[in-house]
Design a protein around this ligand. Structure first.
Ligand code: MLC
Length: 489
């Protein structure tokens, strides 16, 4: 059964139930209305020529319309390609050239004019009011097969440009079902949803989990600590999902106590500092559940609903998921939630999977005696800032395009707010390096340079000019030596 067939069954069983609430204006959507409106989206997409298995780019902020567009694409059997709204034209252009969507749904359809070529079926707003041909087409709903692709989630890597993890209907439904089971998610739950709707946390865990459980969501247009606290109280919420940076902001603004009436607080996408874990436990009156997931796998492990929620651990494998430690204690996983491979990247797939078919997560782990997993490092140089993944290679490539730079290394350095923040060490052309006036201004010049190439969260916040990068005997940069915070320029 397709992911959305299960959702539609839930809606029809209890059509009058409110399933979506807009925290900004209190608008509600019942199950019946969600069924009708998402079927309408599927029909309109079908009427303009979108066919099952076609890719549809979705790059919109959080709103009821985004949820409806997302579900509508899935119901048609289309493949959702989520993209961060912060991406520059170059970053979006790469995804479009790679995955070749037929149509884009964008907050601002004008962004599409910066793409290398127009999309066959154009760019449209989330409410689809810009979609020509209002005639309702016929679309077969909810009949995609389990193994058919449902999402291509772009994620960077140590080499080259971002690649698309292809997730099937089954991957997404297994990922959602595991959470419903593990967290005792019921139709009576109501999630405060303040996460981006273009990454696995906001889509695969929050939306898919809610709809699979037959539960409801209060949608916030953006994360704001006071608004999260207000929404939790005003709409009788029971659950909140956040990245650690969000919990840190809730703590720092004194809003954690407002979450004490919720039955479940979940943290993911970045390591939850045990000090912050403790602050949540005390101020919100309950230990948060830290869990672990990835774009390629939906969710993998979680601390338990009943039983010890262990600070510094991401818990045990979710139902159906198997976790083992491979070479160098690399975390390897398998399960119905784990994707089948990257879009048109046979070489990356050969590296990503073990010969016996387990996915190499790139994280390094330790298993406690009772099976709780701790993530103790990463095989790759990935930086996680505020829950967003940044791959140094991509940032380094952008910095190296500046004519004054001959070498660069990008690392993540510890940061109180973001967990880690992006720092760059640059080696300038020798004729410039000797000039202190130039060295003093280069940080600004490089910031301006990368701002047209990289989304804001990927841009280095600290620039340090060095004469050489530390390297090992093999010539590889010793990033470990660069990770101590440098003085800001
Ligand atoms: C925003 N900025 C960031 C940033 N987010 N910089 C570094 N890291 C980030 N995460 C930039 C802004 O563009 C802005 O730049 C400046 O920082 C200040 O912005 P802000 O207004 O303070 O930030 P805000 O917009 O409030 O965003 C903070 C945030 C957001 C925490 C709400 O980062 C966020 O939504 N993070 C969640 C990411 C997420 O969903 N990850 C899930 C990935 S899925 P400037 O230049 O304009 O000043 C995954 C799998 C799994 O990992 O297991 O979940």
């Amino acid at each position: 059964m397709s992911l959305t067939a299960g959702w539609a069954g839930r809606w029809r069983a209890d059509p009058g139930r409110v399933v979506l609430v807009d925290a900004a204006d209190g608008r509600t959507v019942t199950a019946r209305a969600l069924d009708t409106r998402t079927a309408g989206v599927a029909a309109r997409l079908s009427a303009v020529g979108v066919r099952p298995a076609d890719r549809v780019l979705l790059s919109c902020g959080q709103s009821l319309e985004t949820v409806i567009a997302y579900v509508g694409i899935l119901r048609l059997g289309g493949v959702v390609v989520p993209a961060n709204t912060a991406y520059t034209a170059g970053e979006l252009g790469h995804i479009v050239a790679d995955v070749r969507p037929v149509l884009a749904i964008l907050d601002d359809p004008a962004r599409a004019s910066a793409l290398p070529q127009p999309l066959p079926l154009g760019a449209h707003r989330a409410d689809l009011t810009t979609l020509d041909g209002t005639s309702e087409g016929w679309a077969a709903l909810d009949d995609a097969a389990d193994e058919e692709p449902a999402m291509v989630a772009y994620t960077s890597g140590t080499t080259g440009r971002p690649k698309g993890a292809v997730l099937s209907q089954r991957n997404l439904s297994a990922g959602a079902e595991a959470l419903v089971q593990a967290w005792g998610w019921t139709p009576d739950d109501r999630l405060v949803h303040a996460l981006p709707m273009f990454h696995m946390h906001g889509l695969g865990a929050a939306i898919n989990g809610s709809l699979t459980a037959g539960a409801s969501m209060v949608v916030l247009p953006r994360f704001d600590p006071a608004a999260v606290a207000d929404a939790a109280a005003a709409y009788d919420a029971t659950m909140y999902f956040g990245v650690p940076t969000m919990y840190a902001r809730l703590r720092d603004t004194g809003h954690l106590a407002a979450l004490s009436g919720l039955r479940l607080l979940v943290s993911g996408s970045a390591p939850l500092d045990p000090v912050l874990f403790q602050a949540i436990a005390v101020q919100a009156g309950q230990a948060p559940i830290e869990r672990y997931g990835m774009s390629e796998t939906v969710m993998l492990t979680s601390n338990p609903l009943h039983g010890e929620r262990r600070a510094g651990s991401v818990g045990r494998p979710l139902p159906g998921v198997h976790v083992r430690l491979g070479e160098g204690d690399g975390v390897e996983v398998t399960g119905p939630n784990v994707f089948g491979g990257y879009w048109e990247r046979p070489e990356a797939n050969a590296e990503a999977f073990t010969p016996d078919g387990w996915f190499r997560t790139g994280d390094i782990g330790e298993l406690d005696a009772d099976g709780y997993l701790r993530l103790v490092g990463r095989a790759s140089d990935l930086v996680i800032t505020g829950g967003y993944n940044v791959y140094p290679r991509e940032v380094e490539d952008a910095v190296l395009e500046h004519p004054d730079v001959i070498d660069v290394a990008v690392v993540g350095v510890p940061d109180d707010t973001w967990g880690e923040t992006v720092a760059a060490y640059v080696v300038l052309r020798t004729d410039l390096a000797a000039d202190p006036a130039h060295a003093a201004q280069i940080g600004d010049a490089l910031s301006a340079h990368v701002s047209s190439r990289l989304a804001a969260y990927k841009r280095p916040r600290r620039w340090t000019v060095v004469t050489d990068l530390p390297r090992n005997a093999m010539g590889k940069v010793r990033r470990d030596l660069l990770r101590t915070p440098p003085p800001a320029m």
